[in-house]
Design a protein around this ligand. Structure first.
Ligand code: HEM
Length: 308
């Protein structure tokens, strides 16, 4: 990377609050411009604004969840800058979500009939509310006034679970758009946007798995451990299977959902346990398992994920 680019990345406008302003002000300007084009007195208009604003927010949670892993996989000035500014990128996500929250408040307060007839579903409400609770807790504990009330373990727990949950929400929305819904609000899905946001969310998590695998591999190979080719082949096959499954949800969704919800207790859990039975995440789970097997030298590897 050129010295010129390194200097650019040090610029005040591209760091900290400067970066936050650089992103969140144009984002808000676009949202306000969309408000001016939209009839906010109708449920349909408000619903449109909910979708529009959250689409601005989603890329930033993907950037947050990938930050530390990209730094591990590709150490350098750009990934260091990315990781250093993770908090402010997260705050850009929160700014977009604040707009979505405002439209959700308006739609559920002033167009109650539309809200309860067209939108409200207990399971979605539960997921959305948990998402917002995490978001508020993460923002508050990002600053000294909030952080001073908790210890570092609690801080880590809030930030990590919050980031996972808030990544999982949009990732699963776009997975369902790709592999389940034929139409959504009268329009055909998948839209190009569904593909882009699904694969971006997939990539954001896949780099976490890759970084974890890289750390396991480095730790073991520096200890001089060797790995059997059969184990490697099995790990590679699992990773490949996970990749294929991530692109072919339409073919396996129905039988897998049926299998996972066959027991009564599991079918019941669909109503109140967020994301259950986890269909969108199964391919990533298989890829994670494959990475575990692929880098499985011995028991000394077990603690590496704590750093990602
Ligand atoms: C109780 C809280 C929530 C409610 C009531 C709610 C409601 C809605 C509604 C009505 C839509 C459809 C908008 C449209 O017509 O296009 C939507 C879309 C969406 N919401 Fe939420 N939501 C909530 C929380 C969340 C949270 C926490 C996230 C996490 C990021 C999220 C992510 C999304 C995404 C990704 C879409 C799809 C946008 C698109 O069309 O591309 N929502 N939500």
């Amino acid at each position: 990377m050129s010295v010129y680019l390194k200097n650019i990345l040090k610029h005040k406008a591209l760091n900290g609050w400067g970066l936050f302003a650089l992103i969140s002000l144009p984002m808000s300007a676009f949202i306000i411009a969309e408000i001016l084009r939209t009839n906010l007195s109708t449920g349909e208009g408000l619903s449109h604004m909910i979708g529009y604003s959250v689409r601005w927010a989603v890329p930033f949670i993907y950037l947050v969840i990938a930050a530390s892993s990209v730094r591990i996989l590709f150490p350098g000035p750009f990934s260091t800058w990315w990781l250093k500014n993770r908090k402010y990128i997260g705050l850009c996500f929160a700014a977009g979500m604040a707009w979505q929250g405002l439209f959700i408040f308006i739609i559920s307060t002033f167009t109650r009939d539309y809200y309860f007839n067209e939108i409200y579903l207990f399971r979605d409400e539960l997921e959305g509310t948990i998402g917002y609770l995490f978001l508020v807790a993460m923002v508050v504990t990002s600053f000294h006034f909030g952080r001073k009330h908790i210890n570092s373990e609690q801080w880590k727990l809030i930030q990590k679970s919050g980031v996972y949950f808030l990544w999982a929400y949009p990732f699963s929305v776009y997975w369902w758009n790709l592999f389940y819904y034929p139409t959504l609000d009268g329009a055909e899905v998948p839209r190009l946007l569904d593909y882009v946001f699904y694969w971006a969310g997939f990539a954001a998590f896949a780099v976490r798995i890759a970084a974890w695998g890289k750390q396991r591999h480095m730790k073991s190979s520096s200890a001089g451990a060797a790995i059997s080719p059969v184990v490697k082949l099995l790990g590679g096959a699992l990773i490949l299977a996970g990749l294929v499954a991530s692109a072919t949800g339409k073919t396996w969704r129905e039988p897998v959902s049926g299998l996972f919800t066959a027991p009564d207790f599991s079918e019941e859990m669909v109503n109140w346990l967020p994301f259950w039975p986890l269909e969108p995440f199964l391919p990533l789970l298989v890829i994670g398992l494959g990475t575990f097997v692929f880098t499985h030298y011995g028991a000394e590897n077990e603690q590496v994920s704590a750093n990602i």
